[in-house]
Design a protein around this ligand. Structure first.
Ligand SMILES: [Mg+2]
Length: 107
């Protein structure tokens, strides 16, 4: 019987995926708060704390950080992510109802 995990991940790869999942979950949570209460709302127990817009920036930055780290450590090719991002933007231009897309500058 092998000591290797059935999914073939190293402990470091598994940890990075766990962190990515956690940060994506935190981003989804604040998106839900914004949809329910708005960008300017804040936690009622902390009226001087960050509002939901600031919390969204924080959590998206956390996701971006983990993505950068994973690309740097070879979990995936960061250029592939950028290529996919451009493709997604083109698709969104055709399939959204309320967006006014700014011109892409040499994306
Ligand atoms: Mg976070």
């Amino acid at each position: 019987m092998s000591n290797r995990h059935f999914n073939g991940l190293t402990p470091a790869e598994a940890e990075r995926l766990a962190i990515l999942a956690e940060e994506c979950g935190e981003a989804v949570q604040i998106i839900g708060k914004i949809l329910r209460h708005g960008y300017r709302s804040y936690h009622p127990d902390d009226p001087n704390g960050p509002d939901n817009r600031a919390m969204l920036v924080k959590e998206l930055g956390d996701v971006h950080c983990v993505m950068d780290l994973m690309a740097e450590l070879g979990d995936f090719n960061g250029a592939d992510v950028h290529r996919r991002s451009r493709e997604k933007r083109l698709r969104l231009q055709h399939y959204t109802h309320h967006q006014d897309f700014p011109e892409v500058v040499n994306g």
